[in-house]
Design a protein around this ligand. Sequence first.
Ligand SMILES: [Zn+2]
Length: 147
Amino acid sequence: MKHAVLHHDFVEFVPQVLEQGVLYVSMPYATAAHLCCCGCGNKVVTPLTPTDWKLFYDGESISLTPSIGNWSFPCRSHYWIKHGKITWAGQWSQEEIAEGREQDRIAKKERLSRVYVPEDVTQQQTPEPVVETSGFWRRLWRWITSE
Ligand SMILES: [Zn+2]
């Protein structure tokens, strides 16, 4: 049976046995998991990383992007999770799957090659304290420097 909705459940650890129709979200491990929405019972694990899936939580429901393409399952189902609702997407052809994997590979490679410059707190600019020259010292300075 195909699912039309996914209820989310924020957990620390994704349980071994998942319930149909529940999207388990583990923030400590940046992972979400659910059973394939076609009802085949296969476990779909979606790591949340800048190059994998991104999770949006609007306080009521969850959206995952990009779409879930279960190419490795016999069902080969493909759907979007938007605001907790399942939107079925068309099946991809072998070429499209290959292309998607290639794009994924490129994105990951690009991310790795990006130079990571950590923000150095020791290099933060500390404003120089502005010392107001007191009248006395100013006068003394003028007295010294004046001939
Ligand atoms: Zn399935």
